[in-house]
Write a protein that binds this ligand. Structure first.
Ligand code: FES
Ligand code: MG
Length: 591
C-alpha cells in the first residue's frame, strides 16, 4: 500500500470533515455509513472515488462493467481510496428510441450534477457503447475532477460457417441474403446473432471501438486499455490497475484539463484516420473539446487527418474484428507506427502520468495483416474532407470509402475531375425515405442525388443515423449499388458508405437544405470541397422568406419533455451538438 496520508485539497473533506459545519458533516457521515463503510474510512482523509457505472440490463454492451467494477474497487481500496459506485443514465445505441443520440447530452447533464454535487475526489468512467464514451468524457471535462476511463472492451469475434461476422456490419449482408431467398427469417436472426457471441461492445470498427480507441489516444485511459476484449483476463487486470491509478491521480491532482489539450485532440484525429474511425467522432470530439475549453475546429479534421492512411484492417472497411485488433497490438501499436512518421504530439500527458510518446514508443505491430504498416496501408488518405456551399456551412465525407464503381460513374470526367452534377430527390426524414424510395414516380436514375433532411439534432431529436440511403430496388437490379447521398443526419459507424453527412446547420435550424426542392440541380466538387444548388441567390432568398413566413421547416413534434427541452438549446453537429448553455460552466469542481 502506498501513501494514504491526507491530501489537503480533497474536496470530499467539505462533506465529511468540516469542523465549521459539524451539523451537516454528521448528517453526511451517518448516511454514507449504512452500507458498510466505516467512520474511520470516511474521516481518515482517504480519497473518495466514484465509479460511474454505465452498465445495466438495459445497456448490454456495457453490462460487463458490473463485473469489472469489483476489480476497480479492489484497486481503489489497495491504494487507500474509498469506492462509491453509482449509476449513469443508460444509453444503448440500438435499443433507444427515437435515437440514442438524444440521450448523450441527458446522460452528460446528469453526470455533471453527480460529479459536482457529491463528495467525490476522483472518478472512474466506465465507457463502451457508442454514446457512453463521449457523455462520460464531456461530464468529466465540465467538472474537471481527476478522471480515468475504463473501456468495457469489445465482444469476442463472431463466427458463422468459418467466417468472421461483425456486429452491425453483418446486418447489411444478412438483409441481402434474406432478400435473395438464401436464408429464411430464422436463418437471418441466427446469422445476425452470431456476430455477438459474448459480453462487450460491437467488435467491428463502429462508433464504440472508435470512441474507446480515441479515449485512449486522448490520454484519458491507461495505455492499451481500449482493445482488450471484454471477457479476457487482461480486461479484469486493466480494471484493477485503473482503480489503483485513479487514487494516485487524485494525490497528484492530475485532472482532465491537464490531459485534454489541443495536442491530445490532434493526436486523436490522426489516430481516427489510421483506425478507420466513425464519422460520429468529429461530433463527439468537438463536444468534449468545447466542455474542456480546448481549441478544435472541423477544419482540423481535414488539415490533420485527411492524408493519414487506413492501417487497421477491421470490418466494415476491412476483414478482421476486435480480438484480432487486440492481438495485433491495439492503439499503442498504431500510435507507435504514427510516431515514426512524426504525426503524434508525443509530449501530451496521459492518465498514467506519462506522455503518450513514452507510453507507446516501444509498442510493436504483432500482426501485419490486422494492423498494416504506415507505408503499406489498406487505403491512402483515410480521413475526412470538409465540404461547404449554399446548402450548408459544413459537412464531412470519408473519401476513402468511395468504391471504384462510384468513382467511375461520378468522378471520372476528365474535363471536370472529382465533380458531378445532377437533379436532387429530397426526403424529409427516414420515414419519408422508406415510404417513397422504391416509387418509380420519383424518376430516380443513376444521375440522381439523394438528399436526407430533417434528421439533425433538432429535426430528429438527437440526429438519426440515416444519411446513407440505398438506391431504389430497380436500380440495384441494374447494378447501381450506391447513389450520392447528402444530409443533415449522421451515419452508423458500421456502414461504409461515402455519404456527405453531418450537414450544419440542419434544415430544422433553417440551413440551406430546408430550401432545396426535388428537381433542383446540385453540383458537388470534391476537389474544391463544395456542394451548391444551382440557383441564383435571389431565388434562395425568396424561398427562405416564404418558408419563414410559413413557420419554418416543419418537423415532427416532441414525444417527451426531454426532446422538447433539448431541441430548444442544442447546437449543430459542426460544434458538437452540445447543450449550448452548458459550455460556460467549465472546470467547476470546488475543493
Ligand atoms: Fe452498443 Fe454497438 S450497439 S456498442
Ligand atoms: Mg450508431
Amino acid at each position: 500500500m502506498t501513501d494514504t496520508s491526507p491530501t489537503p485539497k480533497l474536496r470530499s473533506r467539505a462533506w465529511f470533515d468540516n469542523p465549521a459545519n459539524i451539523d451537516m458533516t454528521s448528517l453526511y457521515l451517518e448516511r454514507y455509513l449504512n452500507f458498510g463503510i466505516s467512520l474511520e474510512e470516511l474521516r481518515s482523509g482517504r480519497p473518495i472515488i466514484g465509479i460511474a457505472q454505465t452498465g445495466s440490463d438495459l445497456s448490454p454492451c456495457n453490462r460487463h462493467h458490473l463485473v469489472l467494477a469489483e476489480r476497480v474497487r479492489d484497486g481503489i481500496r489497495e491504494m487507500g481510496g474509498v469506492p462509491l459506485e453509482f449509476p449513469v443514465h443508460p444509453i444503448q445505441e440500438t435499443g433507444k428510441r427515437p435515437t440514442a443520440g438524444l440521450d448523450r447530452n441527458l446522460s452528460y447533464l446528469a453526470l455533471v450534477e453527480v460529479l459536482y454535487g457529491y463528495p467525490l475526489d476522483g472518478v472512474v468512467l466506465t465507457i463502451g457503447c457508442d454514446k457512453t464514451t463521449p457523455a462520460c468524457l464531456m461530464a468529466a471535462a465540465t467538472v474537471n475532477i481527476p478522471a480515468i476511463a475504463l473501456s468495457v472492451g469489445p465482444m469476442l469475434n463472431g463466427w458463422h460457417k468459418g467466417e468472421r461476422t461483425g456486429s452491425g456490419t453483418i446486418v447489411w449482408k444478412a438483409r441481402e441474403l434474406l432478400a435473395a431467398g438464401e436464408i429464411d427469417e430464422a436463418g437471418f436472426i441466427k446469422l445476425v446473432a452470431s456476430s455477438a457471441p459474448s459480453t462487450g461492445y460491437c467488435n467491428t470498427m463502429g462508433t464504440a471501438t472508435t470512441m474507446n480507441s480515441l479515449a485512449e489516444a486522448l490520454g484519458m485511459s491507461l495505455p492499451g486499455n481500449a482493445a482488450i476484449p471484454a471477457p479476457y483476463r487482461d480486461r479484469q487486470e486493466s480494471a484493477y490497475w485503473t482503480g489503483r491509478r485513479i487514487v494516485e491521480m487524485v494525490h497528484e491532482d492530475l485532472k482532465p484539463s491537464d490531459i485534454l489539450t489541443r495536442d491530445a485532440f490532434l493526436n486523436a484525429i490522426v489516430v481516427n484516420s489510421a483506425i478507420g474511425g466513425s464519422t460520429n467522432a468529429p461530433i463527439h470530439l468537438a463536444a468534449i473539446a468545447r466542455h474542456i475549453g480546448a481549441e478544435l475546429s472541423l477544419d482540423d479534421w481535414q488539415d490533420y487527418g485527411h492524408k493519414v492512411p487506413l492501417m487497421v484492417n477491421l470490418q466494415p472497411a476491412g476483414e478482421y474484428l476486435g480480438e484480432d485488433y487486440y492481438r495485433a497490438g491495439g492503439v499503442p501499436a498504431v500510435v507507435a507506427e504514427l510516431m515514426k512518421q512524426g504525426l503524434i504530439r508525443e509530449d501530451a500527458i496521459t492518465a498514467n502520468g506519462k506522455s503518450i510518446g513514452d507510453n507507446c514508443r516501444d509498442a510493436t505491430i504483432e500482426d501485419g495483416n490486422v494492423i498494416k504498416p504506415f507505408d503499406a496501408p489498406l487505403k491512402e488518405e483515410a480521413g475526412f474532407i470538409v465540404l461547404r456551399g449554399n446548402l450548408f456551412d459544413s459537412a464531412i465525407m470519408k473519401t476513402s470509402v468511395i468504391s471504384p464503381e462510384f468513382r467511375d460513374r461520378y468522378l471520372s470526367n476528365p474535363e471536370d475531375p472529382e465533380a458531378f452534377e445532377g437533379p436532387a430527390v429530397v426526403f424529409d426524414g427516414p420515414e419519408d425515405y422508406h415510404h417513397r424510395i422504391d416509387d418509380p414516380a420519383l424518376g430516380i436514375t443513376d444521375r440522381t442525388l439523394l438528399f436526407m433532411r430533417g434528421a439533425g439534432p433538432i429535426g430528429y431529436p438527437g440526429a438519426a443515423e440515416v444519411v446513407n440511403m440505398r438506391p431504389p430496388a430497380y436500380l440495384i437490379r441494374e447494378g447501381v449499388h450506391a447513389l450520392p447521398c447528402v444530409g443533415d443526419g449522421r451515419q452508423s459507424g458500421t456502414s461504409g458508405s461515402p455519404s456527405i453527412l453531418n450537414a450544419s446547420p440542419e434544415a430544422a435550424a433553417m440551413g440551406g437544405l430546408a430550401l432545396l426542392r426535388t428537381g433542383d440541380r446540385v453540383r458537388i466538387d470534391l476537389r474544391k470541397g463544395t456542394v451548391d444548388v444551382q440557383l441564383p441567390e435571389a431565388e434562395l432568398m425568396e424561398r427562405r422568406a416564404a418558408l419563414t413566413e410559413a413557420g419554418g421547416y416543419p418537423y415532427p413534434k416532441s414525444q417527451t419533455p426531454w426532446q422538447e427541452m433539448q431541441r430548444a438549446v442544442v447546437g449543430q453537429m459542426e460544434t458538437g451538438a452540445i447543450l449550448e448553455g452548458a459550455e460556460k460552466y467549465q472546470r467547476i469542481a470546488q475543493t
